[in-house]
Design a protein around this ligand. Structure first.
Ligand code: GLU
Length: 466
């Protein structure tokens, strides 16, 4: 491909970053990154009443968490209003648009009449071909002089050719009478000026594409490649809504899904590369093509998400997981780890990450490394610490004192003591587990001993030995 690919994500900052929006951003990012292109971010904040700085902040934060880096500065659509107005005037000058002086009342009256007569209610402005010498000194809007014959065909990479008859479209307003641009004009001008070559977005914008194309054609600009992706549906197959819970991206961070797993899962939500379910970012970038996007809505499947996340957690770098855990705790509004706890978690990481799918699960598995002496013993674990077991623990301590501290040696020592006492390994492992973690379900006993180290292990065993 000779043309440099430029994609963009263009969210409206009117609420949280929707999971569907996050996937749209991801597709644009993958496509650009995989083709040596550029991925831009534009905040569509022209709707002043509904746009908030908090929503913009949430979008930026969400993208950062998901690891979707964009190129250059964030573009504010609102700041480009003068440019939008300039293009509307250029369209006028080119004869591709006209001043329309019809008042709201006149437009209403037109519609009422059409309704009564059973004709098309699409407004047909009497000013379309009016002689400028007849223009009144009154407020006007600038309307596109849209073609009335033929059809506008959107060659969509996902939906195929979508044909809209031109007599089904009215002469849309591009500039309002107060000089502000309409959304339709703003999007086209921005995409053109930003050099966007590929517009990948939700298929709720498919109808807009035909209208937007008319503006490109009116200005003689190159129309971008369109790819309108089907929306995400809830697990029940219905359109994703608040009723399904977890529609905002930040909720996923707060639920403790690792971002790498989230990227992988979201990529698979509506896009496929053969049967590949689990892949790295590098693979996704090199595989991602618009042809791989499916035409039917994808369904959210939390089980799949968890499984993919688990696989990413298992292969993640131990050090890299640490700040992610901190990010999760913050997002979930949980207390941060102390320095000692962070050290404990880091030491435990190699032994626990393979069996955790989410950060809450990871923290749960790291419990033994996060608690301090004296370790609280829960009811179930306490049952393992009967007087006989406590006696055995006491006998174990001198042996541990002299052990070389490898997992293998530790296991050999405990096995040996079990044999000497003619006990099953479990009879020793259970009280040991209870003494070390205060719980009955934990990572492997020898892993815990190894992670805790000689001194701490002995201290915890001694706390319970009698
Ligand atoms: N601002 C629009 C939205 O958030 C997206 C517009 C576009 O991608 O063209 O739905």
């Amino acid at each position: 491909m000779s043309q440099k690919i430029v994609t963009r994500f263009a969210p409206s900052p009117t609420g949280y970053l929707h999971i569907g929006g996050a996937r749209t951003a991801l597709f644009n990012w993958l496509f650009a990154r995989g083709h040596g292109g550029t991925f831009l971010l534009r905040i569509e904040d022209t709707d002043r009443a509904r746009s908030t700085p908090e929503a913009t902040a949430a979008i930026l934060k969400g993208l950062e968490w998901l690891g979707l880096d964009y190129d250059g500065e964030v573009v504010s659509q609102f700041e480009r209003v003068p440019r939008h107005a300039e293009v509307a005037r250029e369209m006028l000058a080119r004869g591709a648009a006209y001043k329309c002086f019809s008042t709201q009342e006149e437009i209403e009256a037109f519609r009422e009449k059409a309704k009564a007569e059973g004709t098309s209610q699409l407004f047909r402005s009497p000013w379309r071909d009016a002689d400028p010498s007849t223009y009144p000194d009154a407020p006007y809007v600038i309307r596109l002089k849209a073609p009335r014959e033929g059809a506008t065909v959107v060659h969509d990479k996902v939906q195929g050719d979508v044909t809209v008859r031109n007599d089904q479209l009215d002469d849309m307003v591009c500039l309002r009478s107060d000089g502000t641009p309409t959304y339709m004009l703003a999007v086209v001008v921005d995409d053109h000026d930003m050099g966007v070559t590929h517009v990948i977005r939700g298929d709720d914008h498919l109808v807009n594409a035909a209208r937007q194309m008319q503006i490109y054609l009116a200005m003689g600009w190159d129309v971008p490649v369109y790819a309108h992706i089907p929306l995400i549906h809830g697990p029940d197959g219905k359109k994703l809504s608040k009723r399904h819970g977890a529609v905002g991206l930040e909720q996923y961070q707060a639920m403790g899904y690792p971002a790498a797993g989230m990227r992988n899962y979201l990529a698979r939500l509506g896009w496929s590369h053969g049967d590949d379910e689990f892949f790295t970012d590098e693979q996704a970038k090199s595989w991602f093509e618009l042809e791989g996007i499916g035409r039917s809505p994808a369904r959210l499947d939390f089980k799949k998400l968890e499984n993919i996340c688990g696989r990413h957690m298992a292969v993640a770098d131990d050090d890299a997981l640490m700040p992610q855990v901190a990010g999760y705790l913050e997002a979930a509004e949980l207390p941060a780890l102390t320095e000692t706890q962070a050290k404990g978690l880091r030491a435990a990481m190699p032994y626990i990450k393979a069996s955790a799918k989410t950060f809450p699960q990871l923290i749960e598995k790291a419990h033994f490394a996060l608690v301090q002496r004296p370790v609280d013993v829960d009811e179930k674990a306490a049952k393992q610490l009967d007087p006989v077991s406590r006696g055995i623990l006491k006998e174990l301590t001198p042996r541990l004192q002299n052990a070389s501290w490898t997992r293998e040696d530790l296991e050999a020592i405990v096995k040996q003591v079990a044999e000497e006492k003619d006990l099953g390994l479990g009879k020793l492992a259970s009280p040991l587990r209870a003494a070390l973690a205060g719980r009955s379900v934990t990572p492997g006993v020898f892993d815990m001993m190894y992670v805790l180290g000689r001194e701490e292990t002995l201290a915890r065993v001694n706390d319970q030995a009698a």
